[in-house]
Each structure stands twice: as structure tokens, then as C-alpha cells.
Design a protein around this ligand. Structure first.
Ligand code: ROI
Length: 170
């Protein structure tokens, strides 16, 4: 069994509904189980133009899928939940990013793990810190050190996750 971490984000449609559907689908992937999910964090959009705030979270999973299979499965869930790919870095109905997969490192453009921009984003690192406070990244840096370098601004913790129901509660 391999432990992996996935970031979830949405800022169009009904973001909380999409995240709840997404976590259910991730948990239903073959040979994959959601072990923990962080609270929902509402965060100001970074990126071009005016965008609604995002809802972000992170999940810890165990899986027998390999990194490329897992990434493909996450993309399939994005597509199933109607992600519209328009502007690069634009608003989206659902974004699922593979952050970490064991201590695997890949710099291939189609599968970059660890996620290349995760360390600079409080909306990725804060949820990750919540579910994996002792995590050490493949480069040897601890999640706590990464979190301490970030500015606690433009982000608010919201809904907590109910693991029995596999849902964030409204
Ligand atoms: N901004 C926030 N706050 N949260 C996201 O998940 C997010 N995702 C993105 C871009 C457009 C970079 N901005 C974001 O892909």
C-alpha cells in the first residue's frame, strides 16, 4: 500500500457539493481508500483576473494504483464532475492535484511529483499540515518548516470533515 496526498479545489458551481462528490469518487477508486481529509479552507484566488474565492482541502489516501494510474484516475474524476478547462490558471469547477506519492520524485511534465507549486501555497500546505503534521517531504524538509514560511493571509478554515459520512458537513 502506498500513501499519497491529493489537493482539492473548486471555485465555480457549488464548490462544496463538488468537493463532497469528488472525495466520494476518490474513495471509490479501485484499490484506493481515503484515510483522512482536512477541513475545508476558503481562500482568495491566486491567478489572473477576478475570480470567486476557492474552497480548498487535502486528502490522505492509500492506494495500489501507481502514480500515473492515480493521476489518470484523478483527471477522470475532474472530467466526470464537469471540469471545464478554459483559461490556464482560470476558475474551475474541480481541481484535483496529486501532491505527493510516498517519496516518489518525478519531473516529467505530465506527472510532476511532488507538485511543483505546493510549497508556496497556503491553501495547499495548511490543509496538508492539518492531516499530516509530522510529514517530511521527499527533499527532507518538514511540512512544519514549509508552513512557517507562508503568510497566513487570505485563508479561513471552514467546514470540518466527517470521516464516517465521508463528507464535509455544511
Ligand atoms: N487559488 C486558490 N486560492 N485556490 C486554488 O485551488 C487555486 N487553484 C488554481 C489557481 C488558479 C492557481 N488559483 C487558486 O489553479
Amino acid at each position: 500500500m502506498n500513501t499519497a496526498y491529493v489537493a482539492l479545489g473548486a471555485n465555480l458551481g457549488k464548490p462544496l457539493d463538488q468537493l463532497n462528490q469528488a472525495i466520494t469518487l476518490v474513495n471509490k477508486l479501485s484499490d484506493t481508500t481515503v484515510v483522512a481529509a482536512a477541513s475545508i479552507y476558503q481562500s482568495v484566488a491566486i491567478g489572473p483576473g477576478e475570480q470567486p474565492d476557492y474552497l480548498n482541502s487535502a486528502a490522505q489516501i492509500v492506494t495500489e494504483l501507481n502514480p500515473s494510474e492515480l493521476l489518470a484516475a484523478l483527471h477522470a474524476i475532474e472530467d466526470a464532475l464537469g471540469r471545464v478547462r478554459t483559461v490556464h490558471w482560470g476558475e474551475r469547477t474541480l481541481d484535483l492535484d496529486l501532491l505527493l506519492y510516498e517519496n516518489y520524485i518525478s519531473t516529467a511534465p505530465i506527472l510532476t511529483v511532488p507538485h511543483p507549486r505546493m510549497n508556496g501555497r497556503n491553501f495547499v500546505i495548511y490543509p496538508l499540515l492539518e492531516i499530516a503534521p509530522t510529514l517530511v517531504l521527499p527533499n527532507g524538509e518538514s511540512i512544519k518548516t514549509v508552513a512557517q514560511k507562508l503568510v497566513n493571509k487570505g485563508i479561513q478554515r471552514k467546514n470540518s470533515f466527517n470521516p464516517q459520512r465521508m463528507q464535509w458537513i455544511n
